[in-house]
Structures are given as structure tokens and as C-alpha cells.
Design a binder for this molecule. Structure first.
Ligand code: F6P
Length: 193
């Protein structure tokens, strides 16, 4: 059976500061995760693994220790949910500067769209072509971001849209999905840094 591997990028400088979005590079721990990910795929021999990565620096750096023959492709559709005017802020900053936005988001996280940015619903629609390709392909590793991976996992786990924005996807863990006839098996690997 073929497998789909999903991972967030390693810890970025913005993650460490609690800031949303941006395009910051990996921290020391993030780089260790990138190395561990490379080692994981050296040991686990997966036939013709393809790597699909977002176009953000932190995702490309996370994929950099994978073998070149894994053919990394960089999809803009895999970039993180665009937080618009809230990019680069912390949740605390948003609460202080835009309390109405924070309340609106808390009331309906799936449909809430950041001003000049996106909603989860928007991300689900831009991911449609990616998901269609994932359905057709053999073994793929997706290196992307928290909100995007929530959308992909909700699709394969068949989870309701209201729960989608709350799916837990910690940093530095790798999800392996193996689609079966009517469900998906999944295994989560916590990689040692
Ligand atoms: O904080 C990391 C991050 O990926 C942000 O870039 C993004 O806006 C956020 O998580 C998405 O999570 P939530 O929708 O729970 O705020």
C-alpha cells in the first residue's frame, strides 16, 4: 500500500516568538528536526518518494536533507493560511490591537477570514488540486504548515469542518497515512532531535 507522509516545517524563529505566519528561517531545533527527517527517510526505505513542499523558507529548509532524487516540488498552494493584517503578530497583539477580529474568529474559526488574508474555508478550496493529486499519486511527503495540514488531515480522516481548525498537529512529528478502502490508517512518529 502507498503512504502519504505529512509534516509541519521544523520550528521557525517566528514559532519560537509566538508570531503568526511570516517567512522566517528555522531555529537550531528546527534544523535538528530537518536532519532527523532526512535520517528517518534514509532508514525507512520508501519507494519513489516524492516531496511536495510549500514555498516558504522554513519548509524548504526542512526538506533540505532529503535525497535529491526525491524530486522536491514547491507548491504555493501549500503555503500557510495568510493571516493578512495579523501576519507577524502574536495572539496577544491581536487581542490588544484588533479585539473585534479576535472575537469574530473565536465565534467561527472555520469561516473567519483575516482582513486582507484568508479563512480556513479559503485554504480548503485552494488545496483542492493538491488533494486531487494526492489521491492519484503513490508515496508522497508533504512539508507544509499547521493550518494547511489540518485541512489535508480533515479530508483523509473525514472529520467535520467545524472540528478542522482545532486538529492537533504538533511541531517535530511526522504523520504517516495509509489509505485503505473505506478509511485511512495513521501512525504518528515523534522524531528525536
Ligand atoms: O503559529 C503558527 C501558525 O502556523 C501560523 O502561521 C498560523 O496563522 C497559525 O499557526 C494557524 O493556527 P490557528 O488557526 O490555530 O491560529
Amino acid at each position: 500500500p502507498r503512504s502519504i507522509f505529512l509534516t509541519r516545517h521544523g520550528e521557525s524563529e517566528y514559532n519560537a516568538m509566538g508570531r503568526l505566519g511570516g517567512d522566517s528561517p528555522l531555529t537550531e531545533d528546527g534544523r535538528k528536526y530537518a536532519v532527523a527527517l532526512g535520517e528517518f527517510f534514509e532508514e525507512e526505505s520508501v519507494q519513489n518518494l516524492r516531496v511536495w513542499c510549500s514555498q516558504k523558507v522554513r519548509a524548504a529548509q526542512t526538506a533540505q536533507y532529503l535525497r535529491p532524487e526525491m524530486h522536491a516540488e514547491y507548491w504555493k498552494a501549500l503555503d500557510e493560511l495568510d493571516a493578512g493584517i495579523c501576519e507577524g503578530l502574536t495572539y496577544e497583539d491581536i487581542q490588544q490591537r484588533y479585539p473585534k477580529q479576535a472575537d469574530d474568529r473565536a465565534a467561527d474559526k472555520y469561516h473567519y477570514r483575516y482582513p486582507s488574508g484568508e479563512s480556513y474555508e479559503d485554504v480548503v478550496s485552494r488545496l483542492e488540486p493538491v488533494i486531487m493529486e494526492l489521491e492519484r499519486q503513490a508515496n508522497v511527503l508533504v512539508v507544509s504548515h499547521q493550518a494547511v495540514l489540518r485541512c489535508i488531515l480533515a479530508y483523509f480522516y473525514d472529520r467535520p469542518l467545524s472540528e478542522l481548525p482545532f486538529i492537533d498537529i504538533p511541531l517535530h512529528s511526522l504523520v504517516k497515512l495509509t489509505p485503505r478502502a473505506y478509511h485511512c490508517d495513521s501512525t504518528i512518529y515523534k522524531l528525536d532531535l
